[in-house]
Design a protein around this ligand. Structure first.
Ligand code: BGC
Length: 452
């Protein structure tokens, strides 16, 4: 018997998106190019040659999209700001029109009673900064802080929740280690350096916020709990390695003051002894941690796999989403309880959680039936409620995503939205999961419990 689903009365329900994935018009009104625009322009980088030139045309349709959120009863909206709209060269002269776009979006949200939750960096680095080395240049901590300060000042009072980085692990693993995401490098030394500079930039921006800001600031990390395929010492060690690399690499230095020891073994010479002073900067106190949860992985030792020597083990009985991720709701509970055990109790937000399935509109009634996404949503709600019952201080949940959008190098083919987007006509259609989510929000989760 599953336990009753229960959420605290002030629980914050919302949805999440990111700038390059939905906005379109990347160069409008004086904006500069980002590394994603460049990356998409290289044949073979993005499935079907897709790019963010139009995406969901949110740049022009933000009012319609806010109205959709209001219709769903959402209390919060997590979105990211495109750095190169604000600073076309990444630093220096401010593009007022870029600031105006986000200012209007924030006003529109507030007018509908929706709390804006802003992420400063969701992967779309200004191309001009990449030309100077991007995340490999130590000066990026200052560039990022200057950019952050502009936003803190411009939106002070209207935005009460800030996140510095979205998923630093993906930035380095996809961008600098395996080359699957912008800027597309494949280099162990660069991955180590980018990783550390991301953390310095994070810490420096939080420090700046403490001087200027009056509300909440945190970071958003993706956690994928790792389980050993067997109890052999090799598999247990492999599990520890991959957990250190993906899950503890960013949280340990913030909360425990040092990187996991496994990273040195894994990176070898590429992992220097970082200056001790950097850890004072990185370890700034946070008001919350944002966690993105999608799946788990079961792993085994595999000496031939560079650089971790780890291989995933497919679970024959499990359901997999279209991105090849196992549906494993228990992993959400485990993620939250393990986080609290390791780092202590603190406010946590699920900043992303969702699933990709292909659900075309029904030819007869035009509705979008998405039973698999609904099943995931229900199970994840149970898992989240279980974590709350075990004492984890979860304050809110942002479903990924409001809209079907550009799933990075997988293009538009993988759809995570609770709202279907026809990329030809830009028509938005609520999927069945959106109706369920609206009920969840309205009843604070109670609609998921069986009625007796
Ligand atoms: C990212 C999103 C992405 C989602 C699904 C997260 O890693 O923050 O931008 O679309 O996962 O892959």
């Amino acid at each position: 018997m599953s336990k009753p689903i229960h959420f605290p009365p002030d629980f914050i329900w919302g949805s999440a998106t990111s700038a390059y994935q939905i906005e379109g018009s990347p160069l409008a009104d004086g904006a500069g190019p980002s590394i994603w625009q460049r990356f998409c322009a290289v044949p073979g980088n993005v499935r079907d040659g897709d790019n963010g030139d139009i995406a969901c045309d949110h740049y022009n349709r933000y009012k319609e999209d806010v109205a959709l959120m209001a219709r769903l009863g959402l209390k919060a909206y997590r979105f990211s700001v495109s750095w190169s709209r604000i600073l076309p060269q990444g630093r220096g002269a401010v593009n007022q029109a870029g600031l105006d776009f986000y200012s209007k979006l924030i006003d529109e949200l507030l007018a509908h009673g929706i709390e804006p939750m802003v992420t400063l960096y969701h992967w779309d680095l200004p191309a001009a900064l990449d030309d100077r080395g991007g995340w490999l240049n130590p000066d990026i901590a200052d560039w990022f802080t200057d950019y952050a300060r502009i936003l803190f000042q411009a939106f002070d009072g209207r935005v009460k929740s800030w996140a510095t980085l979205n998923e630093p692990w993906v930035v380095t693993d996809g961008g600098y280690m395996h080359g699957t995401l912008a800027p597309g490098h494949r280099n162990l030394h660069e991955a180590a350096l980018a990783s550390h500079n991301l953390m310095r930039a994070h810490g420096s921006a939080v420090k700046a916020y403490r001087e200027i800001g009056r509300h909440q600031i945190g970071i958003v990390v993706n956690i994928e709990p790792k389980y050993p395929a067997s109890q052999s010492q090799e598999d247990l060690d492999a599990t520890r390695r991959t957990d250190a690399y993906m899950n503890r690499q960013y949280l340990d230095p913030i909360f425990l003051g040092s990187y996991p020891a496994e990273l040195k073994q894994m990176f070898g010479d590429a992992w220097p002894d970082w200056p001790a002073a950097d850890f004072d900067l990185i370890g700034q106190q946070l008001d919350f941690v944002g966690i993105n949860y999608y799946t788990r992985s079961v792993v085994r030792n595999e000496p031939s796999n560079w650089p971790l020597k780890v291989a995933p083990v497919r679970q024959p009985q499990a359901t997999y989403t279209e991105t090849g991720w196992e549906v494993f709701p228990q992993g959400l509970t485990d993620t939250l309880t393990t986080f609290t055990q390791r780092y202590g109790s603190m406010p946590v937000y699920i900043m992303e959680n969702g699933s990709a399935f292909y659900d075309p509109p029904n030819a007869e009634n035009g509705r979008v039936h998405d039973p698999l996404r609904i099943d995931c949503l229900r199970k994840n709600m149970q898992a989240l409620s279980n974590a709350l019952a075990q004492g984890v201080d979860v304050r809110g949940y942002m479903v990924w995503s409001l809209l079907d959008n550009l799933e990075w190098s997988l293009g538009f083919a993988k759809r995570f939205g609770i709202v279907h987007v026809n990329f030809e006509t830009q028509q938005r259609t609520l999927k069945d999961s959106a109706y369920l989510y609206a009920d969840i929000v309205a009843s604070n989760g109670a609609c998921l419990n069986p009625t007796v």
